[in-house]
Design a protein around this ligand. Structure first.
Ligand code: GDP
Length: 295
């Protein structure tokens, strides 16, 4: 993962090897490389600039202790800053409410339906939840079918209303059904489009207003880099979501979305999808991700 970025960073830190201490000049050279590496990894340019400015201020403020080489010190500072750029700590999921309601949003193809199944499976096994999945995409019968197949695989029922074309009503009815039948977790999958459009935003905003979820998650394909960040901004402006789910991290070799999204939308990445299988889901750990980026 992020092969190019880790290689580039490693190379720029090597330039500092053999230097006795960090000076304005050698830190400026290294940081120029770091910034270029971040931009090539499709990191938002404002984020890259802010990042290198912070690292520079921290590096110059340091007295190099004898035991630590400047390159090691820089790696540590960059590691800490990468971690904080990605949110610092793992962001918890709000599981209050009875039932807990999770609303899934995002573009078509982002991995929303798969993620609904993965989350149901994870929370069922880890938190002993009794989940109900809700098929809220009333436009694509294939999407409803896909959710039913997932539901069967993980032994979680899927709430559907054939013939009802009103997703707000379906979501409300599903929650009443969950209450009556003692489901304590409701995950509502919604319709996405190939690009952001007004009708989709209105619909999902109306669902959110009606069902008041504990968590509104925005699902996005990490391989789309800067587009992922822009889409996140548009969804957040309309939905004020609670967290991001980055899917297809297994195919992302650059890492631009993972590194930029938190700063641009000021919402945490809560989960990452790392494959097509239903167990390919992890909580997002900023420090571990920084480790992987730095190789
Ligand atoms: P939706 O339209 O947003 O509901 O997207 P889907 O859940 O149907 O996913 C679209 C495609 O992406 C499917 O082929 C999934 O198997 C695939 N997919 C979803 N998540 C991941 C992931 O984390 N890694 C990989 N490699 N593929 C994924």
């Amino acid at each position: 993962m992020f092969e190019n970025l880790s290689e580039r960073l490693e190379r720029s830190f090597k330039l500092l090897k053999g230097q006795g201490k960090i000076t304005e000049i050698n830190v400026a050279e290294t940081l120029k490389d770091v910034r270029r590496a971040l931009l090539d990894a499709d990191v938002n340019y404002k984020v890259a600039k802010q990042f290198t400015d912070t690292v520079k201020a921290k590096a110059l403020g340091q007295n190099v202790i004898n035991a630590i080489k400047p390159s090691e010190l820089m790696v540590k500072i960059v590691h800490d800053e990468l971690t904080s750029l990605m949110g610092g700590d793992t962001a918890p999921l709000n599981l209050s409410g009875n039932p807990t309601v999770i609303l899934m949003s995002g573009l078509q193809g982002s991995g929303k339906t798969t993620m609904s199944g993965k989350l149901a499976r994870k929370l069922k096994s880890e938190k002993s939840k009794r989940p109900l999945l809700v098929a809220g995409d009333v436009y694509r019968p294939a999407a409803i079918e896909q959710l039913k197949v997932l539901g069967e695989q993980i032994e979680v029922p899927v709430y559907t209303e054939e013939g009802n074309k009103n997703p707000v009503q379906i979501a409300e009815n599903a929650i009443s059904y969950a209450k009556a039948n003692h489901y304590d977790l409701v995950i509502v999958d919604t319709a996405g489009r190939l690009a952001v459009d007004e009708a989709m935003m209105n619909e999902i905003a109306a669902i959110k207003k009606a069902i008041k979820p504990q968590e509104t998650l925005f699902v996005v394909d990490s391989m789309t880099g800067q587009d992922a960040v822009n889409t996140a901004k548009e969804f957040n402006d309309r939905l004020d979501f609670d967290g991001v789910v980055l899917t297809k991290l297994d195919g992302d070799t650059r890492g631009g979305a993972a590194l930029s999204i938190r700063t641009v939308v000021t919402k945490p990445i809560k989960f990452v999808g790392t494959g097509e299988k239903l167990d390919a889901l992890d909580y997002f750990h900023p420090a571990r991700m920084a480790d992987r980026i730095l190789g």
